[in-house]
Design a protein around this ligand. Structure first.
Ligand code: HEC
Ligand code: HEC
Length: 263
């Protein structure tokens, strides 16, 4: 009887022990997921869910849906695409085993991922090429896109953008009419009113070396600047990396086609 009992216990736990490797999950979380969800599954911001103490089966199912695209989120679609079924089982088991977050608790950013080398490109109005404009109806903004000579030249020649490339975006609130609708100018774009912020991406030799492969965009770094040219506090570069990551074939640049056609 004793023996029988022992055998049945082994049979019951063996498949579970085989399914997930919590230590492997912990290691993956520490290098990648921690940048947004925190090393213990308590996330870094209000817009990112806590994963601590969620059920493993739920987490695994979400990762599968994010990988195959049935659940849509540009950041997590890019991350999940890089996870194997084993990775998913491992990280899900790890997060499920963490204690739930206390109310209001937040984790800090991963320093190696959040730190940026990009500085404000003084004098860009004189030396950069304005290559593109996009209206954003949902936010009633219009953005003006600029690039430095190194980036423009490589894009024109169909070459990968080299170290030293800088892409720079002015983000404006559109001028609104009496009905609070954006006013369109004769060029078809919203008339720019107030400058809201600047966003930038730039590359430099070795700038990507501290970024884990799943997030790394070659040697690109990202930044957001306030209207008085300071780094905007609270920017998590991990989000920029994640969303631009799938664009490895276009130097991580969404508007490469427009850049190549810059006059
Ligand atoms: C750049 C930030 C970022 C990184 C890095 C990141 N995530 Fe996420 N994750 C998010 C965001 C944002 C959401 C919310 C998505 C949505 O709204 O649908 C999310 C959602 C999820 C969900 C769904 C949670 C739920 O409650 O439904 C899971 C599971 C998840 N992430 C797992 C991971 C794992 C595992 C990793 C590491 C391999 C990881 N994430 C790395 C930003 C990130
Ligand atoms: C949700 C996905 C997403 C995230 C997150 C994201 N970007 Fe982008 N980014 C885009 C898309 C799409 C474009 C193309 C045009 C546009 O929307 O401005 C773009 C364009 C850009 C450009 C112009 C060059 C290009 O690639 O076309 C810069 C510079 C840029 N983003 C900087 C940033 C910075 C800095 C961050 C992080 C603070 C960031 N992005 C986060 C999706 C994203």
């Amino acid at each position: 009887m004793k023996k029988l009992l022992g055998l049945s216990v082994v049979l019951m736990i063996a498949p579970l022990a085989h399914a997930a490797d919590i230590e492997a999950g912990k290691a993956k979380v520490a290098t990648v997921c921690a940048a947004c969800h925190g090393a213990g599954g308590v996330s870094v911001s209000d817009t990112i869910p806590n994963l601590a103490a969620q059920r493993a089966g739920y987490l695994e199912a979400q990762l599968k849906a994010l990988k195959d695209g049935t659940r849509k989120n540009p950041i997590m679609n890019a991350i999940a695409a890089q996870l194997s079924p084993e990775d998913m089982a491992n990280v899900a088991a790890y997060f499920a085993a963490q204690p739930g977050a206390e109310k209001g608790a937040k984790s800090g950013f991963l320093p190696g991922v959040a730190r940026t080398h990009v500085s404000f490109p003084e004098g860009y109005k004189d030396t950069f090429t304005k290559y593109h404009t996009i209206n954003f109806p949902a936010t009633r903004q219009v953005r003006h896109y600029f690039a430095n000579q190194a980036a423009v030249q490589a894009a024109r020649e169909g070459k990968p953008l080299p170290a030293g490339s800088v892409l720079f975006v002015e983000v404006y609130a559109a001028k609104l009419d009496a009905d609070q609708k954006p006013v369109t100018g004769s060029d078809g774009f919203y008339v720019a009113d107030k400058l809201v912020a600047y966003t930038a991406m730039a590359s430099g030799a070795g700038w990507g070396k501290d970024v884990p492969d799943m997030l790394r965009n070659g040697d690109w770094n990202y930044a957001v600047f306030t209207t008085d040219k300071q780094h905007r506090p609270g920017v998590n570069q991990a989000e920029c990396f994640a969303c631009h990551k799938p664009l490895d074939s276009t130097s991580y640049v969404f508007t490469l086609k427009q850049l190549a056609g810059a006059k």
